[in-house]
Design a protein around this ligand. Structure first.
Ligand SMILES: *Cc1c(COP(=O)(O)O)cnc(C)c1O
Length: 323
């Protein structure tokens, strides 16, 4: 049996990361409130350091390492934001970091990771197993592997985003959270059940990769091939051994959003709210928009999980919408 982390661990994480991680703003929009017939609060992790909530978990996990582990260094595998999070946290804490990234990761994410001092090793995401590569590097060089989601310190760090949201706006009727491997959702679940127990909690994942939805409904972790979607932060193949039991216990449902819906949301966020949100970051909002009827008169939280997207890519997605 795995010992699952609790809200106390999220609270400790929030003490640990204080002063290093931004307390991101919560934004509202009259247009959205009118469309929903309720109140919607956007937690803007696209404005977090390095551009996504992943800095929370990365910094929390790295700051818990002992002197020997810090000296030897860390390794992480990631399609982008976790890589940057670990690289930046490592740089701040003076720890060497090796990052395993897919060859086709967005150029901006690779450059940013290197910019934070991370040493980048690439692999083919459709044929090679990044977890294996990460484990091999860890063994050969004595590095500590920092997984992107399936780790108590990582998910508890991520959960501090929801903790801050509830501290700022009070209890909510519903909260929508993007879902890849479930670090963010499980961490937010711990905060939600402690701080707003009656809040309905929804995960939102890409339509092309609905393994989380199938896992929740079947009660077993479903594995899928790497999904093809513009939501590159949620191209995970399965939930984790630590994240799934928490999600199964604490999450009400998992919804999906199409790439076209994500582009609509990106455009809305940029035009109406002046916010740059990456496709994965829009999953929660896209899911909430599918439920406006059920959310009439409710207080709703939407977690915008990240904002890292090349401007050329943003323009291309917006330009080609619907075609
Ligand atoms: C990693 C990531 C996610 C998914 O987080 P998990 O903890 O893997 O579920 C969502 N949005 C963004 C922007 C991400 O970088």
């Amino acid at each position: 049996m795995i010992k699952l982390p609790t809200f106390d661990d999220v609270a400790s994480a929030s003490e640990r990361i204080k002063g290093h991680v931004h307390k991101t703003p919560v934004m509202t929009s009259r247009t959205v409130d009118e469309a929903f017939g309720g109140q919607v609060f956007f937690k803007c992790e696209n404005l977090q350091r390095m551009g996504a909530f992943k800095f929370r978990g990365g910094y929390n996990a790295l700051s818990r390492l002992g002197p020997e582990q810090r000296k030897a260094g860390v390794v992480a595998y990631s399609s982008g934001n976790h890589a940057q999070a670990v690289a930046l946290a490592a740089q701040i804490l003076g720890i060497p970091a090796t990052i395993v990234m897919p060859q086709d990761a967005p150029a901006g994410k690779v450059a940013a990771t290197q910019g934070y001092g991370g040493k980048v090793v690439t692999y083919d995401r459709y044929t090679e197993d990044r977890e294996q590569i990460g484990r091999d590097l860890a063994q050969r060089h004595g590095l500590t592997l920092i997984p992107p989601y399936d780790h108590p310190d990582v998910l508890c760090g991520q959960g501090t985003a929801a903790k801050e949201l509830f501290e700022e706006v009070g209890p909510l009727d519903a909260l929508f959270v993007p879902l890849g491997g479930g670090g963010l959702l499980s961490g937010c679940a711990l905060a939600t059940r402690a701080m707003s127990p009656n809040c309905r909690l929804y995960g939102a994942e890409p339509e092309a990769g609905n393994d989380g939805q199938r896992s929740l409904r079947s009660g077993r972790i479903v594995h899928i091939d790497t999904p093809k979607t513009i939501a590159d932060g949620a191209q995970t193949q399965h939930l984790g051994e630590v994240t799934f039991p928490i999600i199964r216990r604490d999450v009400d449902d998992i919804l999906t959003a199409s790439d076209a819906e994500l582009v609509e949301c990106m455009m809305f966020m940029a035009t109406r709210m002046k916010l740059i949100v990456e496709p994965t970051g829009c999953l929660g909002f896209a899911a909430a928009r599918q439920m406006t009827h059920a959310l009439q008169g409710k207080r709703v939280g939407v977690l915008l999980s990240g904002g890292n997207i090349d401007m050329a890519r943003f323009a291309q997605l917006v330009h080609h919408r619907g075609s």
